[in-house]
Design a protein. Structure first.
Length: 190
């Protein structure tokens, strides 16, 4: 389906229940593709499949009271953020069950090399992102789009409604800040 049609359905999201159904049909495969990106390097025995993660993200998005999606990129940026939150929540649940041996791997971006990380390391990254959000929430959204969602700089810029230069600057600052916040032992994650 063309981007213009998806944008039209997004604009009709709140006032037309049929638009939601048509939107789900239009974006379903793209949501699954995005979910596969998030799960690409997860443990092979992860209980969430790409389909399950896509469905859970859709439910989170569909249950938002005021979903003023600007365009397709904005919607998929929000979907990527929802998927990240779902995976972090899953990791927290696993950590609470004391399954410390389980490993997850974060989505690689550009030439960064990400090693497998334990649930505790994923939670450390999430905690660091909470600290970063106190500085600037957009920095966290850039990290979510680039690091977790695997979006390019142009895709992230479109999703956030900012320039490519802003995304590049935010990305560099956020990575440097997160590496420092995580410390030498865990800075390899970023």
């Amino acid at each position: 389906m063309m981007q213009a049609e998806i944008t039209r359905l997004l604009s009709e999201w709140e006032r037309d229940p049929d638009a939601r159904d048509a939107l789900l049909a239009a974006v379903y495969e793209e949501l699954r593709h995005l979910a596969r990106g998030h799960l690409r390097h997860e443990r092979c025995d992860h209980t969430l499949s790409a389909t399950g993660l896509a469905h859970e993200a859709w439910l989170k998005l569909a249950n938002q009271r005021e979903a003023a999606w600007k365009n397709r990129a904005h919607f998929f940026g929000a979907a990527s953020q929802a998927m990240r939150r779902l995976l972090v929540d899953y990791a927290r649940g696993r950590a609470a069950l004391k399954h410390h041996g389980d490993h997850v791997t974060l989505t690689p971006v550009d030439d960064l090399v990400h090693a497998s990380s334990s649930i505790e390391e994923l939670l450390a990254v999430d905690h660091a992102l909470e600290g970063l959000s106190a500085i600037n929430g957009r920095l966290v959204r850039v990290v979510e789009c680039r690091y977790f969602g695997g979006l390019t700089i142009p895709e992230t810029a479109e999703a956030l409604g900012v320039s490519h230069a802003t995304v590049s600057d935010d990305w560099r600052f956020a990575l440097a800040w997160l590496r420092r916040a995580l410390g030498p032992a865990q800075s390899r994650l970023m």
